[in-house]
Design a protein around this ligand. Structure first.
Ligand code: DGL
Length: 260
């Protein structure tokens, strides 16, 4: 079975990594829409257009199910396209419910970090109304982490200064958990650890997303054979599967292993 996974860039590799672990015999198509990253600073109209192009591309490559490994794109577009494509589409949202279930603490709060589009979106606010009845979650948008990640800058003075600046308004000792509500943020756990005064639990939506994928797949995942991944990148007006970009992606995938 061919499974398509896309993100604006390298963030969704963390979802791919888990999907490969949970379905080792499947064939994956990973698509990074690098000519339009960062989505989190774009308009809804633009994101809708990109998502449609990405879905069309993956379907044209034979994807039988698609994961939108991007909270921002899901926030804007999943509802819109779910019924209009011939294959199941799975989106992702900040794992606030999981964070509250696992790490609710009377004395502490939950911090949800995501892109500006996700933070402002109705989808997140509807979710909070449903699951955060005690108003225990606070929100922060960290758009530059996406830019840093795409530059391959995961650990630098600039990253630390940026986090300190953006999180300066929060009393970080108050939080028991940090929800990584953007797939790119997985790469910065080490820097978050450095900035938070106490140990903090990281919560992402990757596992829930892959479990949902397993539920909607049109068939049972295979149990024999080696899995395979093809990487595609938008850019320079063409969809390409370039050696150099592939090497970069594999390097980032290794990084995902490292940050677990
Ligand atoms: N990785 C994405 C997300 O989960 C989008 C980042 C961006 O392009 O701004 O929201």
């Amino acid at each position: 079975m061919k499974i398509g996974i896309f993100d604006s860039g390298i963030g969704g590799l963390s979802v791919l990594h888990l999907a490969m672990k949970m379905m080792p015999c499947e064939e994956f198509l990973y698509y990074a829409d690098e000519s339009h990253v960062p989505y989190g600073e774009k308009t809804e109209e633009e994101i809708l257009r990109y998502v449609k192009e990405n879905l069309d591309f993956l379907v044209s490559k034979g994807a039988e199910a698609i994961v939108i490994a991007c909270n921002t794109a899901t926030s804007v577009a999943t509802k819109e396209f779910r019924s209009r494509f011939p294959v199941p589409i799975v989106g992702m949202e900040p794992a606030v419910k999981k964070a509250l279930e696992l790490y609710r603490d009377e004395e502490k709060r939950i911090l949800v970090a995501a892109t500006p589009v996700t933070i402002a979106g109705d989808k997140l606010h509807d979710l909070l109304e449903r699951v955060d009845r005690g108003h225990e979650a606070d929100l922060v948008s960290l758009p530059w982490l996406v830019r840093f990640a795409e530059k391959g800058e995961f650990s630098s003075r600039e990253v630390d200064d940026y986090l300190k600046e953006e999180l300066g308004a929060f009393d970080l000792a108050e939080y028991s958990a940090l929800v990584l509500g953007c797939t790119h943020f997985n790469y910065f756990k080490e820097r978050f650890r450095h900035v938070f005064p106490n140990p903090v639990h990281f919560v992402d939506g990757n596992e829930g997303t892959v479990r949902q994928l397993l539920r909607v797949l049109p068939g049972k995942p295979g149990t024999v054979g080696d899995g395979k991944v093809s990487y595609y990148f938008s850019g320079r007006g063409a969809y390409v599967d370039e050696k150099e970009r592939l090497a970069y992606c594999l390097k980032q995938l290794e990084r995902v292993y490292y940050i677990q």
